[in-house]
Design a binder for this molecule. Sequence first.
Ligand SMILES: O=C(O)c1ccccc1NCC(=O)[C@H](O)[C@H](O)COP(=O)(O)O
Length: 216
Amino acid sequence: MRPMTTRAKICGLTTPDTLDAALAGGAAFVGAVVFPKSPRHIDPLHAATLFDRARGKTGVVAVTVDADDALLTEIALILKPDLIQLHGSETPGRAAQVRTLTGAGIIRALSVRTAADIEAATVWAPVVDHLMFDAKPPEGSALPGGVGATFDWTLLAGRTFPRPWFLAGGLDAGNVGEAVRITGAPLVDVSSGVESAPGVKDPARIAAFLDAVTSA
Ligand SMILES: O=C(O)c1ccccc1NCC(=O)[C@H](O)[C@H](O)COP(=O)(O)O
């Protein structure tokens, strides 16, 4: 079923002009990737300075991959995100610890290739604020997310979940309308699809993506 309106998260922002494009286009969430192996990595102090202009306008998300308590504490104290996105091999128990440690809400990214991968939502829904269905990266990928890969959107057609959920993976201005029509996603997330090169966000592509989401 098609949602009334789909909202968007622009992930992996590192510059004022691209953050401003996300805010101007009405992004519901903006994401900072705190993971040194990523071309989009931003340290918590730099992220806090950059994302200050977003506070009160949009949700600020810190994307982490199996972060330890020291890094999570640094993120919580310095960046103060509304939500922490867990994109590693964290367990539901670890998610509960992260919530207590940081005071932030939790997004759990679930890697999807087959129908069975969707069923992980059952164990995760009780301990998170949002679910994110993202494409499983290709074998040998250095990154667990932000790789621009898609999955079979029909796996989500007609599905409902007890938490708000994001569709992610290989979305761009040209395909997000079809992705929303097939899945009924209430939320979409993008990174590579609004870049001119890995880690280089493009304000015009961000604006086009957000326009396409609005018209979806
Ligand atoms: O974007 C990254 O570099 C990244 C690195 C490590 C873990 C997660 C990462 N991104 C998470 C996201 O929320 C991405 O937006 C999502 O995976 C979709 O990416 P894309 O397929 O490039 O649109």
